[in-house]
Design a protein around this ligand. Sequence first.
Ligand SMILES: *[C@@H]1O[C@H](CO)[C@@H](O)[C@H](O)[C@H]1NC(C)=O
Ligand SMILES: *[C@@H]1O[C@H](CO)[C@@H](O)[C@H](O)[C@H]1NC(C)=O
Ligand SMILES: *[C@@H]1O[C@H](CO)[C@@H](O)[C@H](O)[C@H]1NC(C)=O
Ligand SMILES: *[C@@H]1O[C@H](CO)[C@@H](O)[C@H](O)[C@H]1NC(C)=O
Ligand SMILES: *[C@@H]1O[C@H](CO)[C@@H](O)[C@H](O)[C@H]1NC(C)=O
Ligand SMILES: *[C@@H]1O[C@H](CO)[C@@H](O)[C@H](O)[C@H]1NC(C)=O
Ligand SMILES: *[C@@H]1O[C@H](CO)[C@@H](O)[C@H](O)[C@H]1NC(C)=O
Ligand SMILES: *[C@@H]1O[C@H](CO)[C@@H](O)[C@H](O)[C@H]1NC(C)=O
Ligand SMILES: *[C@@H]1O[C@H](CO)[C@@H](O)[C@H](O)[C@H]1NC(C)=O
Ligand SMILES: *[C@@H]1O[C@H](CO)[C@@H](O)[C@H](O)[C@H]1NC(C)=O
Ligand SMILES: *[C@@H]1O[C@H](CO)[C@@H](O)[C@H](O)[C@H]1NC(C)=O
Ligand SMILES: *[C@@H]1O[C@H](CO)[C@@H](O)[C@H](O)[C@H]1NC(C)=O
Length: 485
Amino acid sequence: MLPLTLFCLLQAYLSYAQTTPGLAIGSLTTITDANVTNNQGFRLPASSNLSVSIALCSSSSNSPRFLVTNNTDITLPGPSGGTDVYEIELSDGYGNWSGSTPEGGVLAVLNAGQAPFEVGVSDGEAGPMHEILPTIPLLGETTSNQALIFSPPFSPPPIVSPSYPNYTLPPANLTYPEQPSTAAATNFTLVLAPTSSSLASQLQTGCSLTSSPSQAGSQIFQSLWLRDEKGWRSQWLMGGLTPLTNYTAYVVTNQTKVSGPIYFTTKSALFSCPIVHSLPYCPAVSYAAPLLPPPVGFDAHDARTVPDSVSSPLISGLGNFSTMLTTIACGRDIYSPIQTCADCQREYRNWLCAISFPRCSEESPPSSSSTTSVASQETGAQKPLSALVPVASNLPPRSNPAMPNATTGYDMLLPCLETCTAVDRACPYFLGFKCPLPQFNANVSYGVGFIDSGVAGQQGGGATGVSQDRWGNVWCHGPGMEEGA
Ligand SMILES: *[C@@H]1O[C@H](CO)[C@@H](O)[C@H](O)[C@H]1NC(C)=O
Ligand SMILES: *[C@@H]1O[C@H](CO)[C@@H](O)[C@H](O)[C@H]1NC(C)=O
Ligand SMILES: *[C@@H]1O[C@H](CO)[C@@H](O)[C@H](O)[C@H]1NC(C)=O
Ligand SMILES: *[C@@H]1O[C@H](CO)[C@@H](O)[C@H](O)[C@H]1NC(C)=O
Ligand SMILES: *[C@@H]1O[C@H](CO)[C@@H](O)[C@H](O)[C@H]1NC(C)=O
Ligand SMILES: *[C@@H]1O[C@H](CO)[C@@H](O)[C@H](O)[C@H]1NC(C)=O
Ligand SMILES: *[C@@H]1O[C@H](CO)[C@@H](O)[C@H](O)[C@H]1NC(C)=O
Ligand SMILES: *[C@@H]1O[C@H](CO)[C@@H](O)[C@H](O)[C@H]1NC(C)=O
Ligand SMILES: *[C@@H]1O[C@H](CO)[C@@H](O)[C@H](O)[C@H]1NC(C)=O
Ligand SMILES: *[C@@H]1O[C@H](CO)[C@@H](O)[C@H](O)[C@H]1NC(C)=O
Ligand SMILES: *[C@@H]1O[C@H](CO)[C@@H](O)[C@H](O)[C@H]1NC(C)=O
Ligand SMILES: *[C@@H]1O[C@H](CO)[C@@H](O)[C@H](O)[C@H]1NC(C)=O
């Protein structure tokens, strides 16, 4: 008969040996209190560059502790440490360890069962699986009860530069490219909640955010969209929101990578312009435009519902411009050391789309001034006013007479002057494309002085530097000129 203490030790050892599950490279394991013992070990795989990351899924005053060892002499690392025993310190619910595990290792969870958590195991250059991304989601637009939101970009498209003598520009009526395989494999989750639910002051881990009970709205659709050369994005059209309400949004990628928060306010119940999105020939158009409501069965306009009277002249005008552009021998008659015909066509498309689809907006509610950037709060700087001009009912917008006459008046958000100067800079002089000068009434047709300084049109140094920020302020209509975009 064995002495009792030895018997207990053996019992402990046997039960440990039976319940040390292995964690594979590339695995994401959710541990709830139901299936861990109080001090739980997990075997780690061998790797020359292993990353182990932890994310707590709910906060707890008595959080578990995590210890890693790559010393195979240690069966279960304990709080007293030892050679090659490392504690993973948690900060805001996150923690990680990276190192080499030539013969594998062990992760020990002490005081488990207090809070659910995730363990991610990865290797190589990719780094820890859990991460707060530096890039933020992008607000496309809000209406009184909808919001169009984009994930940060990923998988930028390959740059194909046409070359002389076969210098072929993309067609005016662009065909939409096929999405890359990484896009299909990536899992995007939008987390949207009223700002009043204080999501931003809770744990900022993916599993905590996606399980938040305060989420709002209903998804109308989600798809992948190549908005610009920065890359593909997941886009969501959300419905069922409340007018004039502050919302907070995050995007969680592959359940582990968190970007956000961004903030925005829905428009008033009187706002009547519908959202237009997913137009292959105008990839950056994703906002409210003064069109009639979409037909029954559609929640917003897309390429199927935009009237021909608007899309045809646009595509025809872009085609004519491309024809004119290629009367110079593109790729041979170099007109600029840094710009090409393809750059010129791209910037012209961006400008023409912004002009052809004017953007509706609304004066921000006065109280929302406190949502402006912390910087302006600290400096006490005056928030600049958005470049809005009223358009009366029964008139088409000045920039595009082909638009239908709106039945009610609305405020138009002027394009940022920089959408025009980008064409001026990228295109050959002979095309005669000219932008109005800031000192001569450019502010009648454009938002001036937000991105570039207004005085002499100098690049940079404008009042805001961006067309819109993560706090929901939108100053001028500048696709591609947003914060975090
Ligand atoms: C713990 O339980 C959850 C679901 O209850 C499961 O997804 C997970 O794989 C389990 N973990 C282990 C290590 O068995
Ligand atoms: C364990 O990891 C640390 C940090 O990466 C490293 O310095 C040490 O050599 C490793 N020990 C073994 C036995 O591989
Ligand atoms: C190990 O991974 C890190 C990222 O976690 C990376 O910066 C580093 O270059 C990698 N080292 C080797 C030797 O691959
Ligand atoms: C991973 O660990 C490094 C070094 O301790 C730390 O700088 C980084 O913020 C950690 N990442 C996460 C997501 O916790
Ligand atoms: C010119 O380039 C286009 C697109 O890159 C290609 O489709 C076409 O076949 C090429 N034409 C000739 C004559 O090489
Ligand atoms: C998400 O996971 C898939 C499959 O594991 C991978 O191919 C993709 O690159 C990941 N995406 C991101 C943005 O990490
Ligand atoms: C995406 O993540 C959700 C949880 O956030 C999960 O239920 C779903 O299975 C994942 N889809 C894929 C394709 O990985
Ligand atoms: C939105 O939030 C700001 C401060 O964050 C607040 O001043 C404002 O009243 C809020 N607006 C609404 C409609 O709740
Ligand atoms: C543009 O292309 C789409 C699909 O290829 C087609 O349905 C549409 O009629 C075209 N529009 C014009 C104005 O050519
Ligand atoms: C493009 O050129 C054709 C032929 O010259 C002309 O009929 C058409 O009106 C032009 N399109 C636009 C939008 O100017
Ligand atoms: C818009 O109204 C003007 C008069 O206000 C009229 O001349 C024009 O034909 C109308 N346009 C459309 C598309 O109905
Ligand atoms: C537009 O610019 C002119 C001259 O620069 C200035 O006098 C006028 O007040 C500006 N108008 C607006 C609405 O900012």
